[in-house]
Design a protein around this ligand. Structure first.
Ligand code: GLN
Length: 553
């Protein structure tokens, strides 16, 4: 693939001008239209044509990152290899592209202001009044271009969170306006994702909200180049013409995005609508080949033609909001396809589980996942679910807090250590089988201070995990403060809970499993962050396989 870079001489100095192309995705009319999926789908098509693409999310809220947000507020917090706590859309980007993202791929208003204020305190703007324009907008533009400047990508797609017209997103929209100008013609384009509502009383699709939202964007000096229209019904040619006429876009740049049964259909739908072709034409980029979607379509085929079904229980306390466990749910879709199995995930609220109802609550399941989480609420239900899985040979996967619950359950019910607990839940527990690491004890700030990002783990053989991973050393992503307490390791191992994954640098236990059980694995890390369409995560694949075995018995 051609590298789009050139050198231009100015006053004897040579300025390196990256000619990375930029695509901005804005949203209109309503939130939750799926900008992330459209951005990821377009990126997938461009990648499948041979371009090096990355996607970035700009979030207009004032939190420095979503790490301090409750999942009810903003869904799952997604963690990257470099330990950034980010928006869940980055999960979609990685799952679609199979390329890791980093801190640079997610920027919030909080982070922008934090950085500008730090510069102001250092005296970098000395003498100047620090203002939204140009200081905040410059910072935003810099953050957008960081990804393009190092020559790693041919195309950077930047998704602007929120809806056009929101007070909070104004500085971002203004930055896009300036950047379009800075970059010059054909080096950037704006895709506006909008909603075409269907009024059943009138039996009609309505374009007016879109016309208004395109106008709102124009009031900020931005003309949308492409409209992607979310709709429940097919857009007629006539309606596309009308949108083109009223919104100043070519008819071929009016792209229909009809409701899909799975998000993984969207790249092919966008291909049929020509979104990638129109984008490349506007950016004056040539693609030598049609998109190579072999791996993607093979996945879709398996996903849509399962040979069997398994029922998995997801035990968590944020189950009311599907987005809270987004990456886990998507990992099951990838692992299901890998096994040619349909995975039905039944969400079970951990607060509703107790000793009396546990067998009813988990009836008919072929496996359970005990989910990550923070705080005391719902943990006794999780511990009860672990006990049931352990005693009844039910395949079990414990993730982060779920692994910690498995350790606590084992301590209480097998080692008979009464009131064993994590010091997160009970500071005065007589048996702190999960406890705070020394380094964590003096931390007072909540944001960005957990054990985060990618850490090495050596796998001990023979074990379930050595079979599923097929390698001796792995790297997985973490997000937690508390750890397996090594003081109890000998007793645990002797009684049958083996530590089969160890961090080679710190000696921390990362994986526990029960060799006597058909499939019982707890991991201190988050495998769900690394599962992608092209690379389903081995732990999920192995777990689904075990659940399939269970369903046959
Ligand atoms: N609350 C636990 C800890 O901080 C687990 C965190 C998680 O599940 N991500 O260690």
């Amino acid at each position: 693939m051609a590298i789009f870079a050139s050198r231009i001489g100015i006053n004897n100095a040579t300025l390196f001008m990256s000619t990375t192309k930029y695509i901005f995705v804005t949203g209109g009319v309503s939130s939750s239209l799926g900008k992330g999926i459209i951005a990821a789908s377009l990126a997938k098509l461009l990648q499948a044509r041979g371009f090096r693409v990355t996607i970035q999310k700009l979030d207009p809220y004032i939190n420095v990152d979503p790490g301090t947000l409750n999942p009810y507020e903003h869904g799952e917090c997604y963690v990257t290899d470099d330990g950034a706590e980010t928006d869940l859309d980055l999960g979609h980007y990685e799952r679609f592209l199979n390329v890791p993202t980093s801190q640079a791929n997610n920027v919030t208003t909080g982070r922008i202001y934090q950085s500008v204020i730090e510069k102001e305190r250092k005296g970098e703007f000395l003498g100047k009044t620090v203002q939204v324009v140009p200081h905040i907008t410059n910072e935003i533009k810099e953050r957008i271009q960081i990804l393009g400047n190092n020559g790693d990508y041919d195309i950077v797609i930047t998704e602007i969170g929120g809806t056009v017209g929101d007070i909070e997103s104004l500085p971002y929209i203004e930055s896009v306006r300036q950047l379009k100008w800075d970059l010059g013609p054909h080096n950037s384009l704006v895709i506006h994702l909008t909603l075409i509502p269907y009024l059943s009383a009138a039996g009609e699709l309505k374009t007016k909200p879109t016309q208004h939202s395109v106008k709102t964007l124009m009031e900020s000096g931005i003309q949308a180049d492409i409209l992607v229209c979310r709709t429940e019904h097919e857009l007629s040619e006539e309606l596309k013409e009308k949108l083109a006429l009223f919104c100043n876009v070519e008819k071929e740049a009016v792209i229909q995005s009809i409701d899909a049964s799975t998000i993984y259909d969207v790249p092919n739908m966008m291909l049929d609508e020509g979104l990638d072709r129109v984008a490349l034409k506007k950016l004056r980029l040539e693609s030598k080949s049609d998109p190579d979607l072999k791996v993607w379509n093979e996945f879709l085929k398996r996903h849509k033609n399962p040979r069997a079904t398994v029922e998995i229980g997801l035990i968590g306390k944020y189950v009311e909001l599907q987005d809270s466990y987004k990456s886990i749910l998507e990992s099951f879709i990838h692992a299901g396809a890998a096994n040619e199995v349909k995975v039905n995930v039944r969400s079970i609220h951990s607060e509703h589980i107790n000793t009396n109802n546990i067998s009813d609550e988990l009836k008919g399941l072929d496996g359970i996942v005990v989910a990550p989480g923070f705080g005391e609420r719902g943990i006794e239900g999780k511990i009860e679910a672990v006990r049931f899985a352990r005693e009844n040979d039910l395949p079990f996967l414990g993730i982060c807090l779920g692994m910690q619950m498995a350790v606590i359950e084992f301590a209480r019910n097998v080692l008979k250590l009464d009131n064993a607990n994590s010091t997160e839940m009970d500071e005065n527990t007589p048996h702190p089988v999960i406890s705070l690491m020394e380094e964590q004890k003096h931390i007072t700030n909540m944001g960005g201070t957990m054990r985060l990002g990618s850490w090495k783990c050596d796998i001990i053989e023979p074990s379930i995990v050595s079979t599923v991973y097929g390698v001796r050393s792995i790297q997985e992503r973490h997000r937690h403060r508390y750890e397996y307490n090594d003081a109890y390791r000998d007793a645990m191992e002797e009684a049958g809970l083996r530590a089969t994954g160890i961090n080679p640098d710190t000696g921390l236990v990362e994986i526990v499993e029960l060799p006597q059980h058909p499939w019982f694995v707890g991991v201190q890390y988050h495998p769900e962050y690394k599962s992608t369409v092209a690379g389903p995560h081995p732990l999920f694949v192995g777990f689904v396989k075990a659940a399939l075995e269970h369903s046959k018995n």
